[in-house]
Design a protein around this ligand. Structure first.
Ligand code: ZN
Length: 416
């Protein structure tokens, strides 16, 4: 395990933290939380550590909207005491990523104590931060340990549990897209990691009812799956095993909302809804006969570089230059390379159908999301109807990765 020496999900996580602190000879702690997570678990963590004689300073970020932006990063840097210490992040994604950055940049380690099973990024080395209004992932560090308190996770707000479910179910199309990337775009692939990710997906599908009821077993299964997904990314070295077209759409919606200073929606809630639309892409791909594929490819034209660049500028505005770097291999396709890609689509068509057959129908997936109370429509999610399609139209430029969105484009199928 890459630098993480303890992962615990269960009752009495604070007791586990105490044993760990004693074993590792840790002495001073800086606890980072927000109002809600301090109340949910932070006071307890502070209390048990102080009762054992540890020195603990707390930085509680106040206010309704806590985002991992410059303002909050500086706030933590200013309030955290100097000297040797171990940071403890008590919270969900935002608190963990803020702590990940500050601990790393001040040369200290951190322990993650998640308060909700809401995302799969707890064990990540990258911190998705909001810098100058743009979501940017900064390479930092993984926690040295994760202690997830089951009682706290079970009592987390329903919408956070539902979001974690959406983020996890979204791996279905992340994995399918990864296989397409391996078949058609020469992307590195690791069958062992894909298998682990698939088992994590299977577990949350099997436990959907108990997760929907927020039972201890269900919430534990969800948290274990999210942690496993995070470890798959850590072991593979990039987010590829856990992020495909569904994540690209979600990132695009979030970037536009940040730019327009609109409320940011929960990551996992967006991913879950985007998953249902990517499943429709896969259904359209599955429905094609071999002859239709040949007919569509015979009229498919090499993407026009100038038109593509204009499109990226239209979709991304001041962020276009950054996006362009990732989109270059697609923009720079030569006539020969494009013919070769079309040839590969035809020669691998049977395999593509096998990949597409692994993605359940949009209705089936919406049924799973519905059971846990996750949004299954743009209206339930809080997205305006006109925001939906651009997530797919522009989202695929965000990463040099092959996805069902790129395949749909080449085949002349609708993206959303
Ligand atoms: Zn995610």
């Amino acid at each position: 395990m890459t630098g993480i020496d303890k992962i615990y999900i269960g009752p009495d996580a604070t007791g586990q933290l105490l044993s760990y602190a004693a074993k590792k000879g840790l002495k001073r702690f800086v606890l980072i939380a927000d109002d809600n997570t301090y109340r949910a678990l932070g006071t307890k963590v502070e209390g048990v550590l102080k009762a054992k004689g540890y020195e603990v300073s707390c930085v509680v970020l106040e206010g309704a909207s806590v985002h991992p932006d410059e303002h909050r990063l500086i706030e933590v840097l200013i309030k955290a005491p100097l000297g040797e210490c171990t940071f403890i992040a008590v919270g969900s994604g935002t608190i963990t990523d803020t702590t990940r950055f500050v601990s790393h940049r001040t040369g200290r380690a951190f322990i993650a104590m998640p308060t909700a099973p809401s995302v799969d990024g707890f064990t990540s080395v990258g911190a998705p931060l909001i810098l100058a209004g743009v979501k940017t992932t900064i390479l930092c560090q993984a926690p040295i340990a994760v202690f997830a308190d089951l009682e706290t996770l079970v009592s987390a707000p329903s919408k956070l549990i539902a979001a974690g479910y959406g983020d996890m179910l979204g791996k279905i199309t992340s994995l399918a897209d990864w296989e397409l990337g391996c078949l058609l775009w020469d992307e590195p692939y690791d069958p062992g990691i894909a298998k682990r990710s698939q088992l994590a997906i299977d577990a949350v599908m099997k436990n959907v009812d108990s997760i929907g009821r927020h039972s201890e077993d269900g919430v534990r299964a969800l948290m274990e799956a999210l942690i496993e997904s995070g470890l798959c990314m850590l072991d593979f070295g990039t987010s590829r095993p856990a992020s495909g077209a569904e994540h690209h759409a979600s990132h695009y919606w979030e970037m536009k909302r940040l730019e327009e200073r609109e409320t940011i929606l929960l990551h996992g809630a967006q991913v879950g809804y985007a998953l249902t639309l990517v499943a429709q892409q896969y259904a359209r791909i599955r429905a094609l006969s071999r002859q239709e594929v040949l007919d569509r490819l015979s009229i498919a034209k090499l993407p026009d570089r100038g038109a593509e660049i204009a499109k990226i500028r239209e979709g991304y505005g001041h962020m276009a230059e950054e996006v362009m770097k990732e989109a270059l291999p697609f923009l720079d396709l030569t006539e020969d390379a494009f013919e070769n890609l079309k040839h590969r689509i035809v020669s691998h068509w049977e395999k593509i159908l096998v990949v597409a057959s692994k993605v359940p129908s949009s209705e089936t997936l919406a049924g799973y999301l519905h059971k846990v109370g996750a949004p299954t429509s743009a209206a339930e999610l809080g997205l305006k109807p006109q925001e939906v399609a651009p997530g797919f139209e522009f989202g695929h430029y965000l990463r040099n990765r092959f996805t069902s969105s790129k395949l749909s484009r080449i085949l002349g199928l609708p993206l959303a």
